[in-house]
Design a protein around this ligand. Structure first.
Ligand code: ZN
Length: 94
């Protein structure tokens, strides 16, 4: 699906006993599963991932509490879009 390739998959997470499953809500067929030692773990992770994913889509601006990896990616994307005027330190943002 083209949207998935551009925006990334819209994964939904759910737990089935000790297994956490996820699939793309756009129905492109992407998904997977992971087993945890306990059903509580699977449920907890599924809930955490599901929430994180919805929050990420809800507000696109990087806010406090984001995954460091996501923050890094957001910074990289922003830098790529800018045409840098020249070398030198970036101005402080307030
Ligand atoms: Zn997808």
């Amino acid at each position: 699906m083209l949207r998935c390739r551009i925006l990334g998959h819209r994964f939904r997470f759910l737990s089935e006993g000790e297994t956490m499953r996820w699939h793309c809500a756009r129905g492109c067929g992407a998904g997977g599963a992971k087993r945890y030692p306990a059903a509580e773990d699977a449920e907890r992770y599924a809930r955490a991932f599901d929430r994180e994913d919805s929050e990420d889509l809800g507000r696109r601006a990087p806010l406090v509490g984001l995954f460091p990896l996501r923050l890094l990616r957001a910074v990289r994307l922003r830098r790529k879009k800018e045409t840098a005027p020249g070398p030198g330190p970036e101005p402080p943002t307030h």
